[in-house]
Unconditional design. Structure first.
Length: 245
């Protein structure tokens, strides 16, 4: 993902990079948190290996920015930023996510979590503690394609996260899918849309195309996706409002 990132300046803060949780911080965005000025904290490491992933360096690399450095960044931006988006990688795979979010909260920022849903236990406890103001959940693939797309067989865990979100109405959330036509097709998208509707999801379902190609490396070395999606068919048959990018 192209982002103008704040990076560790490597001037020697004495704590080294060992265990640094953040790959980078995008200091300013008006696109990732609806109606709020936010920064994005990119948590290094991921518990999936999606073939279309275009952030391999975040997934497999070590972090470069430590907790104290990230808190100093936020402390200096109180009153300038309104929200912090936790993305990755997969933020819920980081064991110190909850304690770190508590400190972000203490600064007065709203919090959005972007997640692949593989840690329903973490999601449930963050929700129960009131640490989340917004969630974006990636619906990677229907159960039958989940392993092939994500490299994990844990569809049941994703499913629990989806149900946890659908059964609460305190925290707004959105569901989105990233499609590369070599992995998923229109029938898969409709399967996911019907599954969402069946579970009670009433929001907009965001479908976006995967970014891939010779100059945009992916974990699975996918070619550029040249096949057009049959948008008219999707809109006609989807039980939910779709946005397709
Ligand atoms: S696309 Fe998949 S592998 Fe890449 S960061 Fe997201 S969940 Fe992890």
């Amino acid at each position: 993902m192209a982002h103008h990132a704040y990076s560790h300046d490597d001037k020697g803060h004495g704590n080294g990079h060992r265990g640094a949780p953040f790959h980078a911080i995008t200091p300013f965005t008006m696109l990732d948190y609806p109606d709020r000025i936010a920064c994005i904290m990119w948590v290094a490491g991921c518990n999936m290996r999606c073939l279309y992933c275009h952030n391999p360096q975040i997934v497999t690399g070590k972090g470069a920015i430590g907790e104290q450095e990230a808190l100093a960044f936020l402390g200096a931006r109180r009153g300038l930023l309104e929200a912090v988006v936790f993305s990755g990688g997969e933020a819920t795979a980081w064991p110190r996510l909850a304690p770190f979010m508590r400190q972000v909260r203490a600064f007065g920022f709203a919090i959005k979590l972007d997640t692949n849903g593989l840690r329903p236990d973490v999601l449930a406890s963050l929700l129960a503690e009131g640490l989340l103001d917004r969630v974006a959940l990636d619906y990677k693939a229907p159960a039958s394609r989940f392993h092939a797309v994500t490299g994990t067989k844990a569809y049941a865990r994703f499913e629990r996260s989806l149900d946890i979100l659908c059964k609460q109405d305190t925290v707004p959330f959105e569901v989105r899918s990233t499609i590369h036509s070599s992995l998923l097709d229109e029938n898969d998208i409709l399967d996911m849309a019907h599954d969402l509707a069946r579970r009670g999801y009433r929001g907009t379902y965001a479908v976006q195309r995967a970014i891939a190609g010779p100059d945009r490396p992916t974990l699975g070395d996918l070619p550029a996706d040249m096949r057009a999606i049959d948008v008219a068919r999707l809109v006609r048959l989807s039980p939910l409002d779709l946005t397709i990018r």
